[in-house]
Design a protein around this ligand. Structure first.
Ligand SMILES: [Zn+2]
Length: 196
């Protein structure tokens, strides 16, 4: 396979024989077959066990499969949903849709510009484990990733950072209970009428 740049590995152990397809250009995952957005005939010909893609494309793919526009019966391992840092994590509606259509678990992977993985969802769905070398802090209630390459990546999310041991076997802290941060702006005192 022709490489388009620096390939990343999924933060999950998959046998090399597993066929995976990614319906996104970047970041490029090692061993995954790139499928252009909407090229469902190519995906149908490839028949992968694993899908990788952004919520936008996964939603459209699930719709196409549900409508019978594409016959995809081989997805039997997992779906990895990519989410750019700073944008909302995938919602339960998409998880339910993907489960209904494909019947496999969904694991979300948080990525940052420059093809960097920040966190991957726990295989037991106990939050999102930080990738090795990535740290996270809570700054004014907001989860902020710290990496060596980009100074800080703000998420727009609040939540907790759990450093306790996880039964899934990953030993990095996990972000949990993520939900959008609502900033309460300080109410201004009413403007006083100008003295005449
Ligand atoms: Zn875990």
């Amino acid at each position: 396979m022709k490489s388009r740049g620096r390939s990343l590995s999924l933060p999950f152990a998959l046998p090399p024989s597993i066929k995976s397809a990614q319906i996104s250009v970047l970041p490029e995952f090692y061993g995954a077959e790139p499928i252009a957005r909407g090229s469902w005939n190519r995906l149908e010909a490839f028949q992968p066990s694993v899908l990788i893609g952004y919520a936008y494309d996964l939603t459209r793919l699930a719709d196409a499969v549900e409508k019978g526009d594409i016959l995809l019966t081989t997805v039997d391992r997992a779906i990895y949903a990519l989410t750019d840092v700073g944008t909302p994590v995938i919602d339960d509606a998409l998880r339910h849709k993907l489960w209904r259509v494909f019947g496999v678990p969904v694991y979300e992977i948080i990525v940052a510009p420059g093809c960097m993985l920040l966190a991957g969802e726990c295989e037991l769905h106990n939050g999102w484990h930080l990738q090795p070398g990535i740290e996270a802090h809570c700054i004014e209630n907001e989860i902020v990733y710290e990496t060596g390459r980009i100074a800080q990546a703000y998420t727009g999310y609040t939540g907790t950072i759990d450093s306790s041991r996880c039964e899934c076997g990953r030993n990095t802290p996990a972000l949990k209970g993520l939900h959008p941060l609502i900033r309460h702006r300080q109410a201004r005192p009413p403007a006083l009428p100008l003295a005449s």
